[in-house]
Design a protein around this ligand. Structure first.
Ligand SMILES: O=C(O)c1ccccc1N[C@@H]1O[C@H](COP(=O)(O)O)[C@@H](O)[C@H]1O
Length: 209
């Protein structure tokens, strides 16, 4: 299973988290986020990483030009679209960045909204389900209604996100079978400053799955 730890801001934490077992690291490229990082910060954070770690940039409601320039300048291997991007936007982005993994995040509001995920599967590599918050785009620590996701079975791989912690991850994975999980505020001391003890506890608990 893929494990993505998101909202990294410090180079030494990148290396430590990759060593603990993360398969992907996420960098927030949304300027309004307290976890926002510049291209230079991403470059510094990934410079010493092994090449098998996926480097995902998180964007929301920005232009294809901005995403493409950031990807090319920073060395991202994937893009997570966390805003209101349409299937057509994802299709266009794929034409611009054919070698880059495209992850579409759905901030799930209802069962009806969840069903719209099917509109994206032809144009993205991976879906990611996060909880909806009326004021914040992500990193909210809010969990989804996992029961609502029990029949979710898209034709592409998917990540479970939203309020995951070392304390609830086993319950989540007993109930659901995503291809990957994504954690941010549930393994933090403060926004952008990861709690390495919590990250280690997460991977220790995942060994039992
Ligand atoms: O973390 C942020 O600040 C953020 C800002 C804008 C868009 C997405 C953001 N984070 C993403 O939110 C989910 C869930 O986070 P959490 O585990 O509930 O704290 C995760 O995919 C982050 O990539």
């Amino acid at each position: 299973m893929r494990v993505k730890i998101c909202g990294i801001t410090q180079p030494e934490q990148s290396i430590a988290i990759a060593s603990l077992g993360a398969t992907a690291l996420g960098f927030i490229c949304v300027p309004t986020s307290p976890r926002y990082v510049t291209i230079e910060q991403i470059q510094a954070a990934i410079a010493q990483l092994p090449r098998n770690i996926d480097i995902i940039g998180v964007f929301a409601n920005t232009s294809i030009t901005n995403i493409s320039q950031t990807v090319l300048a920073s060395g991202l291997t994937g893009v997570q679209l966390h805003g209101d991007e349409s299937p057509a936007f994802c299709h266009q982005l794929r034409q611009s960045l054919p070698q880059v993994e495209i992850i579409k995040a759905m901030r799930v509001r209802s069962l009806e909204h969840l069903q719209t995920a099917a509109n994206y599967t032809k144009n993205v590599d991976t879906l990611l389900l996060d909880a909806y918050h009326p004021q914040q785009l992500g990193g909210t620590g809010k969990t989804l209604d996992w029961q609502m996701l029990e029949d979710f079975s898209p034709t592409c791989p998917w990540f479970l996100a939203g309020g995951l912690t070392p304390d609830n991850i086993i319950d989540a994975l007993n109930q659901l079978h995503p291809n990957g999980i994504d954690l941010s505020s549930g393994v933090e001391l403060s926004p952008g400053n990861k709690n390495l003890d919590k990250v280690a506890l997460l991977f220790a608990r995942l060994k039992s799955v």
